[in-house]
Design a protein around this ligand. Structure first.
Ligand code: GLN
Length: 488
């Protein structure tokens, strides 16, 4: 157990709170002090609401004192990616175009946090509109990797991953469209989980690519991740793609589900270009599952290499449509240099969006345009089906798949930002999972010789998050990687 309060897990803190060894007010204060001490280096936060958080902590302490605790997350601080809206708070998607937008309502995930007694206490940086893998496309600031201040934290939920790794919060919410929770979690040495599409409401999640976007948890242990998933998941009539059936309760399942499992290794996820230290760490994780009695089988996902092109057709098509609402008229940045209506649209969007977002809007408009729709968009949808079928076939044989999360550890600032294709390849192992709609998480499984975290990706079956967390938990129990913290 770490001695500092801010490095404890929600699971540990819950006992300390219940035993009255600390109060939620003390916990929030410890996280605030830690953030004041290190965030000038890390740059994870865009805003914090300290007074409001302390008042919520006070209310949580009163609930606990009167035996009315709302559950395991009562009194625990959670930071929120800048694209999940909170009533009365700015929600900018790290974009200039939404610089002055304040949300009039709470996202369902935020309402669920409040119902669980958790304390959303600050808004964290991200790639603009969640488009990127390094958090470098944020209009506001560059978040750094707490393990090496010259390197990126991953993206697009780089702020979430960095502040969990640096002890600037206990938990965080991010979003994952093509890897944006798992990849930064891997690069910052924390746990990041993307739920089955439809299990967490998208109501109040500012849309990037609606058929792929999911909100999910960041944490420093698997049980925390399961508890946060339990708190935010559930059917929501305000999201038409929300799943109406039963969603597993996961935190309790960690105690009952002990394996052994049948685990698949997709050979397409171990190309020659895979960083050798990552390869070795994943191999040793696989071996440790084998030693625990799990059966390891090789499986095939033959359409894996089509995922990046398919994603960059579907995601950009959806983004070009979703982002058309930012017109310079309603809730967005408006250019000062306008003399007519068209100017308002063009100049406001021209000034408000960054380069990567514009590139995606152009790509998306192109693939949807008349004459190209069938050749690109329709075809991409067909290939997406093949990718999903690959996973379905593989899961006839196994309970979960084990892969690397990212092909490389955290890279340096500027190393990929001038070359979009190289940047897009950062998500080569995560994007497929979004196209298929399956759940997956990234779990720390070692450090490189340069002291950079390595993430193991575990891909589960739809609506079997309980198994996914249990498989991750059994690895965590046998290793100490989740307890490693960067020296800042
Ligand atoms: N890096 C990918 C992209 O830029 C995925 C982003 C995400 O999951 N939001 O689109």
């Amino acid at each position: 157990m770490s001695d500092e309060i801010y490095y404890k897990t929600a699971t540990e803190l819950r006992s300390l709170l219940d035993e009255k060894q600390i109060s939620s007010v003390e916990l929030i204060q410890a996280v605030i002090d830690r953030t004041h001490a290190v965030d000038s280096k890390i740059n994870a936060y865009l805003d914090t609401n300290e007074n409001q958080a302390l008042a919520m902590a006070q209310a949580s302490d009163e609930r606990r004192a009167s035996g009315q605790t709302r559950g395991p997350l009562d009194g625990i601080p959670v930071s929120v990616k800048d694209l999940i809206v909170e009533k009365g708070k700015k929600a900018r998607c790290a974009s200039r175009i939404l610089e002055n937008f304040t949300s009039p309502y709470d996202a369902t995930a935020i309402i669920n946090l409040h119902n669980a007694g958790a304390i959303p206490w600050g808004r964290v940086n991200m790639d603009e509109f969640a488009m990127g893998s390094s958090t470098e496309t944020s209009y506001f600031k560059k978040t750094v990797n707490p393990w090496d201040l010259e390197r990126i934290p991953g993206g697009s939920s780089g702020g979430s991953a960095a502040c969990v790794a640096a002890g600037e919060t206990i938990l965080s919410l991010g979003s994952d469209t093509g890897g944006s929770i798992r990849q930064p979690a891997a690069l910052c040495g924390v746990i990041g989980m993307k739920p089955t599409y439809g299990t967490v409401s998208r109501h109040g999640l500012i849309a990037f690519a609606s058929s792929l976007d999911q909100i999910g948890p960041f944490s420093r242990c698997v049980e925390d991740s399961a508890m946060l998933f339990d708190a935010i998941s559930g059917h929501d009539p305000l999201d038409s793609t929300s799943y109406a059936g039963e969603i597993p309760k996961c935190a309790d399942a960690l105690r009952t589900k002990k394996g052994p499992w049948k685990l698949g290794i997709p050979k397409e996820y171990f190309p020659d270009t895979l960083d050798p230290e990552i390869h070795a760490a994943i191999k040793s994780a696989i071996e440790s599952y084998r030693e625990k009695g799990c059966e390891i089988v090789e499986v095939e996902l033959p359409h894996t290499d089509l995922a990046i092109p398919v994603y960059y057709i579907i995601a950009t098509a959806e983004a070009s449509s979703n982002l058309s609402r930012y017109d310079g008229i309603r809730y967005t940045h408006r250019s000062d240099e306008t003399s007519n209506a068209l100017d308002i649209y063009f100049k406001s969007r021209g000034e408000g969006f960054g380069e990567e977002v514009k590139r995606r809007i152009c790509l998306g408009s192109f693939v949807l345009s008349s004459g190209y729709y069938d050749a690109y968009y329709l075809r991409a949808q067909k290939v997406r089906n093949l990718i999903r079928k690959d996973f379905q076939e593989a899961f006839k044989k196994v309970d979960a798949l084990l892969t690397p999360t990212s092909p490389t550890p955290a890279f340096k600032f500027g190393e990929r930002s001038d070359d979009p294709i190289t940047m897009y390849l950062s998500d080569i192992f995560t994007i497929n999972v979004n196209l298929a709609g399956f759940p997956a998480l990234s779990l720390p499984c070692g450090l490189t010789s340069g002291n950079l975290p390595i993430g193991l990706q575990i891909i589960g079956q739809p609506l079997k998050e309980d198994d996914l967390f249990a498989i991750a938990h059994s690895h965590e129990e046998a290793h100490d990687y989740c307890k490693l913290h960067p020296c800042i």
